[in-house]
Design a protein around this ligand. Structure first.
Ligand SMILES: Cc1ncc(COP(=O)(O)O)c(C=O)c1O
Length: 474
């Protein structure tokens, strides 16, 4: 099957990026010796820096010095910059007056931190936490390791999944062992789909449970407010929010955070230390021991400011139109299947997962890079339970878009997949240590990268370690 006239015309209508990102015009080599602008369709994994973020980092670096207890002038400026960034980050996700904003490394860090703060149940056992099997491992494993977690298999529709959650939460109340927390994704990193927040918050709160939102894929793409939604905690990552400088955040209710296990033991997290006794801080400091990531926090705050200045409806329209073009274009190609978690999910963010029958997802991703200069992700996206339930145990390919993506980039992807299905790959590929690579890859490494030789040589040795979420690894 080929694309319909209507959708083909739609996919040719180019839309420019909404905000400039660093690297949008970076040229990358193809196996045939040509160079093309890199089409970064892997922003759900890590998004490129907004230009505004990079500019801000350059601006504050000359002001950077040790923070908190430093008496020097620049130490005090840096401390003020760090604390101002904290406020901006909290405001960006609609923090309530008495919420805490803790600067972490990323979403994984934030959710691990929160898992250590869930209060024990009335029986003295670890608190009960409910999660669905649709979650990224970051919103699954911390609960399984540190709390008394139940993983519920989601249903085929949003309505049925919410009914399941409601029943499970109510049964737990009736049994005298209520859940302390429902941890749920703001948007799936596999399909971009989500459950309606207002309904989820209502069912959790009706059963006396708090709600933690994995905002990794939501916060960079939709306006979100703790205060307006009633969500108790949100976790998100700077590197997915166009601020790849190593900071993330956990924002939410102070009481659990002020009494929970200090996430890191060390300097800054304590009021008083004796050899036999330690008095821990309350507030963000309790969980931020060690020297903080000032530049990361300032960068994340700059991204928050730049995103907050956009009209949220414009972002939704831009990313929604790119996603529609991807889905319609891909679904019009024979042998392509697009993944869905729920038949009736509304308003998905720009994440599209698909397979091409007859081609291993790793080969498709290697082909898109080597022959078209397109960056996508393949594997099971750190969501093994969901990929298994949806029948994608062998993995899939994921394309994702954001404010820095243009219409031309998604058109390139659709046309490249059409060419693969019509003609097969042009180059030869091998599997090395479980990963698909171009045979005798001739692509050079970028000048000035500090790497030497051809891509295959530069990557050798990393391949075996680079497999965290690829299909072969369990
Ligand atoms: C939905 C979701 N949650 C959590 C994470 C983990 O994010 P990080 O690697 O920044 O900790 C990801 C990363 O892909 C994600 O997509």
């Amino acid at each position: 099957m080929t694309a319909t006239v209507e959708s083909a015309q739609d996919t040719r209508n180019p839309a420019g990026p909404l905000l400039p990102v660093v690297g949008h015009d970076t040229l990358v080599p193809l196996v045939d010796g040509r160079q093309v602008p890199y089409a970064n369709l892997d922003v759900a994994a890590s998004a490129p820096a907004l230009k505004a973020v990079a500019d801000r980092v350059v601006e504050v670096l000359p002001l950077y010095a040790s923070v908190h207890r430093g008496a020097g002038y620049l130490s005090q400026v840096s401390t003020a910059l760090y604390e101002a960034a904290r406020r901006t980050i909290g405001d960006f996700v609609g923090a309530r007056e008495d919420d805490l904003t803790i600067v972490t490394r990323n979403t994984t860090d934030s959710l691990n931190l929160l898992a250590g703060c869930v209060p024990t149940g009335a029986d003295g056992e670890p608190g009960r936490v409910l999660v669905l099997d649709v979650e990224h491992h970051a919103n699954l494993l911390p609960w399984q390791r540190d709390t008394n977690a139940t993983v519920l298999t989601g249903a085929a529709t949003v309505a049925a999944t919410i009914a399941e959650l409601q029943e499970e939460l109510a049964d737990a109340v009736a049994a005298g062992a209520p859940y302390a927390l429902l941890a749920v994704t703001g948007a799936s990193n596999v399909t971009g789909e989500s459950l309606p927040l207002d309904e989820i918050v209502a069912v959790a709160h009706a059963a006396g449970a708090r709600i933690a939102l994995d905002g990794a894929q939501l916060v960079p793409h939709r306006r979100f407010s703790l205060a307006e939604s009633g969500v108790d905690y949100v976790a998100f990552s700077g590197h997915k929010t166009y601020a790849p400088f190593g900071a993330g955040a956990l924002v939410g209710r102070a009481d659990w955070l002020d009494t929970g296990t200090p996430y890191l033991a060390g300097g800054g997290a304590v009021r008083r230390v004796r050899t036999t006794e330690t008095v821990w801080q309350t507030g963000p400091a309790r969980h931020e021991a060690g020297s903080p990531n000032v530049i990361g926090a300032v960068a994340l705050a700059a991204a928050c400011e730049a995103l907050a200045a956009l009209d949220p409806e414009e972002v939704r329209a831009h990313e929604g139109s790119l996603r529609r073009r991807l889905v319609e274009g891909l679904e019009s190609i024979d042998r392509v299947q697009v993944a869905r978690v729920w038949e009736d999910a509304a308003d998905p963010v720009g994440v599209v997962t698909f397979t091409v029958a007859g081609y291993d997802p790793g080969l498709v991703a290697a082909y898109l890079s080597a022959e078209h200069g397109i960056g996508v992700r393949d594997g099971r996206f750190c969501a093994h339970p969901l990929l298994g339930r949806l029948g994608f145990d062998a993995g899939a390919v994921r394309a994702s878009v954001g404010v820095g993506t243009s219409g031309e980039e998604v058109v390139r992807l659709v046309e490249a997949v059409q060419a693969l299905v019509a003609d097969g790959p042009g180059a030869a590929y091998d599997v090395v240590d479980g990963l698909w690579v171009v045979t005798d890859d001739p692509r050079p490494v970028p000048a000035g990268s500090g790497l030497a030789g051809l891509l295959a040589t530069a990557a050798a040795g990393f391949l075996a370690d680079a497999a965290g979420c690829v299909p072969d690894i369990d």
